[in-house]
Design a protein around this ligand. Structure first.
Ligand SMILES: Nc1nc2c(c(=O)[nH]1)N[C@H]1C(S)=C(S)[C@@H](COP(=O)(O)OP(=O)(O)OC[C@H]3O[C@@H](n4cnc5c(=O)[nH]c(N)nc54)[C@H](O)[C@@H]3O)O[C@H]1N2
Ligand SMILES: Nc1nc2c(c(=O)[nH]1)N[C@H]1C(S)=C(S)[C@@H](COP(=O)(O)OP(=O)(O)OC[C@H]3O[C@@H](n4cnc5c(=O)[nH]c(N)nc54)[C@H](O)[C@@H]3O)O[C@H]1N2
Ligand code: SF4
Ligand SMILES: [Mo]
Length: 743
């Protein structure tokens, strides 16, 4: 007999976290349908093509279900206990023999969709205590982390464009129509933009490509890759020159205005015009339109982060909003107040975690306990005392996702012991000695922890697990716990207890919670376990929480669990600053030595020659970085891994539309299919990342057969960085393109 169940949960594939309605047969373990949840308080029924992805992943026969161990070129399935015991023993030996930094770790993107993993990662990193910790964050948002760190004392406090109330939205280096928004949590971004226009507002896009978002905008300006900081500095320059600085209520807590004015002086609209490709008249019109609008909002995303001046560009976005009184203001760039309280002021000013140690090979500074992913290959290549003897990857595929991936691929052969926490044998994990597959998203519960910190409206949303995991299988956090307990001679229950007590002590330190009794908290949350118990605490002491009885109507995990469509906690509120600032003295310092040093570099860049051709990336609605390509539904259709090039640039090189070309850079050469596209700025070509499923020994036959493509990261130089944050420069990479077989 089988029974049909309806389960509501959020989609774990991208940041939009849309609400889904799943019709399932739990007895058979079948998904009957996945649709948008019309009652979801945030997405109102919207879903994109990738909403079906996690069901396909669940049923993909090539997905690993049990640990596998390498024997020569073969893999054999092994028992969990055997694998965990052997791995822990080998890691322990390596640590004892070669020191803690001989174990490296790489942490990938899907972890952002796994609340339990996020909570336990802290423990895992603390106990591994390695200086060789890399993550996808330094091929992504770390410039924005650093900017927020310097301005607000909290690297995860991101201003979110208030799409629902702005009347003038300026989007730089983001393509929300395809990505569904990043650091702006807006399911159905197209509807949001259409609404702005319906309200009589305007949408302006600055991008080297006439993107899907640009097509839905009122105005699009081509900007040369990597030059946004120049343009934004010229904008700041004009705000001072034209007397348009009007900070508003935050004016009293901002330092460094005069210095900023002086630093902005050389960046005149005329001085930056050639480098940026933006005519002075266009910039002046943009400055004037933004200033004249009622509720303008300026937003920058990954195109502004993963470029030569990522930190300065990310910082200048906030500076322009601030100088125009748009930071922390309705319709401007606002701050979310997640129910789990991570944006609340802890009462103690935060120390900047930067440069506390350096990479061995290049001497690059640590940021947020991590070294740049772009220096991973060279760290893995170190020998002697500095050698890396073990690498642990956690839901990441750096061979395809990190610059100079081929070098990482080769360097992995240099590492004696590789453990991958992953669900596929792919380009990276094929190097592993063991692969440990966690439960999939359908088999574990989730809470939208990270993404509630940059949502359009405040919300709380718990997702129950859909299917019981197979007997003996482990959630990813449990894999961490099992490894750590074995490495350190502890019981798993002891570690869970340590984490719980440690967190309890930390959270109860906040001044507002001093009167809350720890034993009452232990008792009140005892019916939840592990991550869920910690989640209950966070929700209850958070800004909407019941404070363990003090605010009777307040949130508890039980209440959130009882609201399958999520709980709407209202629109973002203006005026959360200066309270949320964790800076010393609760003030915003516009400048910092890290920024000032890079402004010198930016100024020098004014005299650089514009490269003839540079490479940028692009995303497609059916991709998610490198890891959905083994699903035939998403691999089907036209090849998306093409080199887009402006027809004029193409003809000048004798290229043919639909033909092939050779593209070369400082680190590699590829043969790519050519696609003429007049949406590309002259002098700019575009190739998506996440492809290149061409390595032997992987087990993703759909990807390798149907959609291998080439890896853009084989062209991207691992030496080029946004200096302050150590983030990879994947946009604006100088390349040459030549015809092959041209007539
Ligand atoms: N050139 C270029 N490079 C880029 C970018 C770019 O724009 N251009 N973008 C960058 C960005 S923004 C990001 S976020 C990174 C992504 O970089 P990564 O996170 O390194 O790469 P992904 O392709 O997301 O790899 C995800 C891995 O997680 C595994 N996985 C999926 N689900 C689960 C799960 O539930 N459990 C476990 N254990 N594993 C799972 C997949 O099998 C895959 O191996 O790429 C970056 N690289
Ligand atoms: N369908 C799909 N959705 C995704 C992902 C995916 O792979 N596929 N990945 C997810 C992840 S991990 C992330 S981080 C987000 C990213 O979300 P977005 O930031 O919206 O990412 P992109 O679509 O890559 O948009 C970046 C834009 O920057 C432009 N650009 C490149 N260089 C420059 C530059 O120097 N200056 C300016 N002004 N623009 C530049 C590019 O042309 C592109 O339009 O998307 C998420 N959503
Ligand atoms: S936009 Fe698509 S992939 Fe992203 S959360 Fe929504 S349904 Fe899932
Ligand atoms: Mo990302």
């Amino acid at each position: 007999m089988s029974t049909k169940d309806i389960i509501y949960r959020s989609c774990p594939t991208c940041e939009a976290s849309c609400g889904l309605t799943l019709e399932v047969d739990r007895d058979r373990g079948d998904i009957l349908s996945i649709k948008g949840d019309a009652e979801d308080t945030r997405s109102n029924g919207y879903v994109c093509a990738k909403s079906q992805a996690f069901a396909h992943i669940h049923s993909d026969p090539e997905r690993l279900r049990r640990p596998v161990k390498r024997i020569g070129d073969d893999w054999i399935e092994v028992e969990w206990d055997e694998a965990l015991t052997d791995i822990a023993a080998r890691l322990k030996d390596i640590r004892e023999l070669h020191g803690k930094d001989a174990i490296a770790m790489y942490y990938g993107n899907p972890n952002g969709h796994n609340f339990h993993t996020q909570i336990y990662t802290q423990l895992f990193i603390q106990m591994l205590d390695t200086e060789r910790f890399f993550s996808a964050g330094s091929v992504d948002q770390q410039p924005k982390n650093l900017s927020s760190d310097l301005l607000y004392g909290n690297p995860w406090l991101f201003p979110v464009p208030d799409l629902t109330r702005t009347d003038f939205f300026v989007c730089m280096g983001g393509n929300p129509l395809v990505s569904q928004g990043s650091l702006l949590g807006a399911p159905d971004a197209a509807a949001h933009l259409a609404d702005i226009r319906k309200r009589g507002g305007k949408v302006v896009v600055l991008d080297p490509r006439h993107t899907e978002t640009a097509q839905a905008a009122d105005q699009h300006l081509f900007i040369r890759p990597g030059t946004d900081a120049l343009l934004l500095f010229a904008w700041v320059n004009q705000l001072f020159v034209q007397g348009l600085v009007a900070i508003g209520p935050l004016g009293d807590c901002v330092d460094g205005l005069e210095r900023l004015e002086a630093l902005a002086r050389p960046f005149t609209p005329e001085a930056i015009a050639e480098r940026t490709g933006i005519k002075p008249a266009d910039l002046l019109a943009l400055v004037a339109d933004f200033n004249a609008a009622d509720s303008p909002s300026l937003y920058g995303r990954i195109g502004l982060c993963t470029q030569a001046f990522g930190t300065l560009a990310s910082w200048l976005i906030d500076v322009v909003n601030l100088l125009q009184g748009r930071l922390d203001a309705e319709g401007g760039a606002m701050f979310a107040r997640p129910a789990t309280g991570q944006n609340e002021n802890t009462g103690e000013p935060a120390e900047l975690m930067h440069g506390r140690w350096h990479s061995r090979a290049r001497g690059l500074p640590e940021y947020m306990s991590m070294l740049p992913a772009s220096c991973m290959a060279e760290e893995l290549e170190c020998s002697g005392e500095d050698a890396v003897h073990a690498l642990i990857t956690v839901a990441g595929n750096p061979v395809l996702s990190v610059p100079n991936g081929k070098r990482i691929d080769a360097a992995l052969d240099n590492v004696g012991f590789v453990v991958a926490l992953d669900i596929y044998i792919n380009e990276t994990t094929r190097h592993a000695d063991y692969i440990l597959p966690s439960t999939t998203q359908l088999e574990h519960s989730n809470y939208d922890f990270l993404f509630s910190a940059f949502a359009q409206r405040n919300f709380a949303r718990y997702s129950p697990r859909v299917f019981k995991p197979a007997p003996g299988s482990l959630d990813q956090y449990a894999i961490f716990v099992e490894l750590l307990s074995r490495m350190n001679g502890l019981q798993a229950s002891e570690l869970n207890e340590m984490l719980f007590e440690g967190m309890l002590e930390t959270v109860l330190k906040a001044p507002a919670l001093e009167h809350v009794d720890a034993s009452a908290v232990r008792e009140a949350t005892a019916h939840h376990h592990n991550g869920e118990r910690l989640l209950d605490i966070l929700l209850r002491i958070g800004p909407y929480g019941d404070r363990f009885g003090e605010a009777r109507d307040g949130l508890t995990l039980d209440k959130v669990m009882a609201s399958p469509h999520g709980i709407d906690l209202g629109p973002l509120q203006a005026g959360v600053l200066p309270d949320m600032l964790r800076t010393k003295g609760g003030r915003i310092s516009l400048l910092h030595p890290l920024l000032e040093a890079d402004i010198v570099r930016l100024h020098d860049s004014l005299s650089f020659k514009v490269p003839e051709l540079v490479l940028i990336g692009r995303r497609h609605i059916r991709d998610m970085n490198s890891w959905l390509h083994n699903l035939s539904n998403y691999a089907r259709g036209k090849n998306r891994c093409t080199l887009m090039i402006n027809p004029a640039d193409a003809r000048a090189r004798n290229l043919m539309d639909g033909g092939e070309a050779k593209i070369g850079s400082t680190v590699g050469e590829l043969i790519v299919p050519v696609e003429f596209n007049d949406g590309l700025m002259p002098g700019v070509v575009s190739l998506p990342h996440g492809f290149g499923h061409r390595y032997r020994g992987t087990r993703q036959s759909v990807a390798t057969d149907m959609l291998p493509g080439v890896s853009a990261n084989d062209l991207i130089d691992d030496q080029a960085l946004d200096i302050p944050s150590g983030t990879s420069v994947v946009n604006g990479v100088p390349v040459s393109v030549t015809a092959i077989n041209s007539v």
